[in-house]
Design a binder for this molecule. Structure first.
Ligand code: DSN
Length: 421
């Protein structure tokens, strides 16, 4: 382990000034280096991105947009934001990019605000079938302020039921239709969704948070040519800093910009905006394109190896960076599996499967993703090993066995070091 990642002298200063927080930074680094990171929405961003996040850009208030700020002294941060915008437009072939949302949820609030009014009807994927809190959950602003009608997957195929989606759209006449999910292992048919939106006169919104990195790497089809608006996070497969972004057609550019600022946010986090620019430049390289294809190859390998271990892949497999696994065959629920894997140094999350008989806090499934392990350089052989480690961890309640698996996990991760000097 190295603390060089924390920029030597500054870290030494922090260690003296605040030993408690510096200890957290070091132990979190160690946790990321030694355990297996299989949370589908996490990744290891580059040292270049981390450098922007720990920079003096964090000190600057820059309410407004480049060239039209409400504060003086923005000439340098303007350059960073222009670069982020131009790189996003070029990478995704988008008319317009807003790089200021603090997170995916913030970006989604801005989308609702730009295109709808409280009380309007929106059609989105239900959380229990893989959607997101901001897609109409009753405990979220989206479910409280909007009439969100949910669509789901078919029980037999566990794939989006486009016939049901069209029927619901015709019956409810939504102002906006959202596609995109957090636990859907297949690709969305954007052409079909566009046709349904056109038929009912709805705005087509794609929440691409999970898969936009695969789009950036040209590993899967892009929603950008079809959608009116695409929102996403920048820290998942995309491997950038924690944050959000929105792409739109030119016709909606002003509405989205007004909705982000002053509609929803104050000052943007300029260190994160600069980090987004750095990540977007990295995404435009052949290395990143190879990475994003490898992420999918690894996810398929992990998914089929887990099937080989007697677990069921929801929807029969994966076409993306994640797999949703029905673990009922092991006799263990998602909550217990999550805890046992955690004790074995395998970080993943319990996840509801479609039509899950268990409560969301228990679940019948787990979600696994390969963005982080692929960044580490792991490949198909390691995915087979990981599947075996997961299976053994899930099926064991003996702390000594879990501790033995943890040693194997540490041996594996030590061969694929991250953030080493
Ligand atoms: N928390 C993200 C995920 O894990 O999918 C969604 O917001």
């Amino acid at each position: 382990m190295t603390k060089d990642i924390f920029y030597g002298p500054d870290f030494d200063l922090l260690s003296k000034q605040d030993p408690e927080i510096s200890a957290v930074l070091l132990s979190e680094l160690k946790r990321q280096q030694t355990n297996l990171q299989l949370i589908a929405s996490e990744n290891f961003t580059s040292r270049a991105v981390l450098a922007t996040l720990g920079s003096t850009l964090s000190n600057k208030y820059a309410e407004g947009y480049p060239g039209k700020r409400y504060y003086g002294g923005c000439e340098e941060v303007d350059k960073a934001e222009y670069l982020a915008i131009e790189r996003a437009k070029s990478l995704f072939g988008a008319d317009h990019a807003n790089v200021q949302p603090h997170s995916g949820a913030s970006a989604n609030i801005a989308v609702y605000q730009a295109f709808t009014k409280p009380g309007d009807t929106v059609l989105a994927m239900s959380l229990s079938h893989g959607g997101h809190l901001t897609h109409g959950s009753p405990v979220n602003f989206s479910g409280k302020w909007f009439n969100v009608v949910s669509y789901g997957v078919r029980q037999d195929t566990e794939l989006i039921d486009y016939d049901e989606l069209r029927d619901l759209a015709i019956a409810n006449k939504p102002k906006m239709i959202c596609s995109g999910a957090t636990a859907y292992p297949s690709l969305v048919d954007f052409e079909k969704v566009r046709a349904i939106c056109d038929e009912v006169g709805a705005i087509m919104w794609v929440d691409a948070a999970h898969f936009i990195g695969l789009v950036a790497g040209k590993a899967i089809p892009s929603p950008v040519p079809y959608a009116d608006v695409v929102s996403f996070t920048t820290h998942k497969v995309l491997r950038g800093p924690r944050g959000g972004m929105i792409l739109t057609k030119e016709a909606h550019a002003a509405a989205i910009d007004k909705s982000v600022f002053p509609g929803m946010q104050g000052g943007p986090i300029m260190s994160a905006v600069a980090g987004k620019a750095v990540a977007l430049r990295e995404c435009a390289t052949p290395e990143y394109q190879k990475y994003s294809k490898d992420v999918i190859t690894n996810a398929k390998a992990l998914c089929s190896a887990l099937e080989g271990e007697g677990m069921r892949a929801v929807s029969g497999g994966t076409q993306t960076h994640l797999a949703l696994i029905d673990i009922r065959g092991t006799g263990v629920n998602g909550k217990v599996a999550d805890e046992r894997c955690g004790n074995a140094g395998i970080v993943l999350n319990k996840n509801s499967i479609p039509f899950d008989p268990e409560k969301p806090g228990i679940t019948s499934g787990i979600r696994v993703g390969t963005p982080a392990t692929t960044t580490q350089g792991m490949g198909v052989e390691e995915m087979k090993t990981i599947a075996s480690l997961i299976s053994r961890a899930i099926r064991s309640e003996d702390p000594a066995v879990l501790s033995g698996i943890k040693s194997e996990v540490h041996a594996l991760t030590s061969k694929f070091p991250i953030y080493n000097a």
